[in-house]
Design a protein around this ligand. Structure first.
Ligand SMILES: NC(=O)c1ccc[n+]([C@@H]2O[C@H](COP(=O)([O-])OP(=O)(O)OC[C@H]3O[C@@H](n4cnc5c(N)ncnc54)[C@H](OP(=O)(O)O)[C@@H]3O)[C@@H](O)[C@H]2O)c1
Length: 429
């Protein structure tokens, strides 16, 4: 029997408790499969009096030194979240040569490059499977299974809260506020859902995933994002009638050799595989000329689900401690980051117009000035309250933005147009 591996924990909340339970309950299986007996503790928390089922209170501490300076601790698992003071603790652990496993997307998407470098210098490892896609083993697939495959596009539904809200808006006809309230009631949304509904959570995850997929450091600040908080129930309903589901997507791809990574709500045809990902599930679609299309779907959050990905990282480190071929040098391609407007996409546009002769022609001409053309147009109503809904062929985003300005200034256009991306509509995506 091998010597036990003592795992120091930073944080023991939803995921931390599930992780401790997983190594306690799964102990014999883990030992049989890996040859290692895992032991948890010391465990850093803020409030040691809080009940934590399945966790021995004697292991809890409020002093980070009890974890970071304990010579018995062979590996550190960070599940406290946030950037400060977490970053300092993770750095200390890596500097001391201990491997670190984390589920922290905020930290990774902001400081991942520096932390990976630190790990490499200290001759240790930093793993973060649970930081993007929760229980879905997408990082492992990108780092190992697709190591030799060039990825040219990664499209993800990486935020379960927004996917739940959008599913309810479409299926139950709820407006945004009612769908969000339901998500909060059922535990799919935080009391403060700003990071989720505003798109920042998805942007952090897309930064991490595109760094791995394109072997290039993509930071949180490199990923422009929009959320679903400005989305109207009306557009979800019209899109549904036209054969599309609305999804909050993270899209990362190579544009003229540069990495373009974005988060935005988009229309996805009902027959597209991402359209069928409903409720709080996450999915990542990987497209590679060599490996084809690979889609991974599963729970993007949840205590025990996330803990299973954390545990997999722990076992992978123990299994590859000697002779790991992965190392941390995952960003050596050094591709530039594409400017946000470089993205190409098809678009949905909804306009409120006065129904006068020539309105559609003037709108079409404003679009044509940006080399944008109309695939489908639908007019509803007449007089001063007419509605024009258009699906446009693929064009450059920056040209679309300029066309929106021109259209907003046209006579007989009553409000700035509502514009959403459309993907998977046979236009190259
Ligand atoms: N929950 C999920 O489904 C999920 C999914 C994917 C990734 N993640 C990531 O996993 C990490 C943990 O998430 P969680 O949901 O388990 O969070 P959580 O329930 O809020 O737990 C956080 C833990 O960290 C401790 N903590 C926080 N700040 C601290 C500080 N300054 N000093 C000492 N202890 C501190 C808390 O102590 P107290 O218990 O004493 O308050 C608590 O035990 C986050 O990075 C999150 O983004 C979570």
């Amino acid at each position: 029997m091998s010597a036990p591996v003592r795992i120091g924990l930073l944080g023991c909340g939803t995921v931390g408790q599930a992780f401790v339970q997983a190594i306690t309950e799964g102990g014999p299986t883990i030992e049989r499969a890996s040859g290692h007996r895992l032991e948890a503790g010391p465990i850093l928390v803020r409030d040691p009096t809080r009940p934590r089922p399945g966790v021995d209170p004697a292991l809890l501490t409020t002093d980070p030194e009890d974890v970071l300076a304990d010579p018995e601790v062979g590996m550190v698992v960070e599940l406290m979240g946030g950037v400060d003071p977490t970053s300092g603790f993770v750095r200390r652990a890596l500097e001391s040569g201990r491997p670190v496993v984390t589920a922290n997307k905020q930290l990774l998407s902001r400081e991942g490059d520096a932390l990976l470098e630190l790990a490499a210098t200290a001759g240790t490892e930093l793993r973060f499977e649970a930081a993007a896609g929760g229980a879905i083993p997408v990082i492992k697939v990108l780092r190992e299974s697709l190591l030799a495959a060039e990825i040219d596009r990664l499209t993800g539904i990486v935020n379960g809260t927004t996917n739940f809200v959008l599913t309810r808006m479409r299926r139950a006809g709820l407006d945004y506020e009612a769908a969000l309230a339901l998500a909060q009631e059922l535990g799919y949304a935080e009391a403060d859902p700003t990071e989720d509904v505003g798109g920042a959570d998805a942007a952090a995850k897309i930064a991490i995933l595109s760094s791995i997929a394109f072997h290039t450091r993509v930071r949180f600040g490199d990923v422009p994002f929009e959320g679903i908080d400005g989305l109207h129930a009306e557009d979800v309903e019209i899109a549904d009638g036209l054969g599309f589901a609305v999804k909050l997507l993270g899209v990362a791809e190579l544009v003229d050799g540069a990495v373009s990574a974005r988060v935005f709500p988009a229309l996805v045809p009902h027959g597209h595989r991402l359209a069928s990902v409903e409720g709080a599930d996450n999915a990542v679609l990987l497209e590679s000329p060599g490996a084809g299309e690979i889609m991974l779907v599963g729970p993007g959050a949840g205590g025990s689900e996330t803990a299973s990905a954390v545990l997999a990282d722990v076992l992978s480190i123990l299994g590859t401690q000697r002779g790991s071929f992965l190392h941390n040098a995952l960003a050596d391609a050094g591709r530039p980051i594409a400017p946000p407007g470089a993205l190409r996409s098809a678009f949905y546009m909804r306009l409120s117009v006065r129904d006068r002769p020539g309105v559609l022609a003037r709108v079409a001409s404003a679009l044509a000035d940006g080399e944008l053309s109309i695939e489908t147009v639908l007019q509803q109503g007449q007089g001063d309250a007419a509605r024009l809904v258009m699906i446009l062929h693929e064009g450059r985003e920056e040209r679309m933005r300029a066309a929106v300005e021109r259209i907003s200034g046209l006579e007989d256009v009553r409000e700035p147009p509502v514009v959403l991306h459309v993907i998977g509509n046979g236009d190259g995506r």
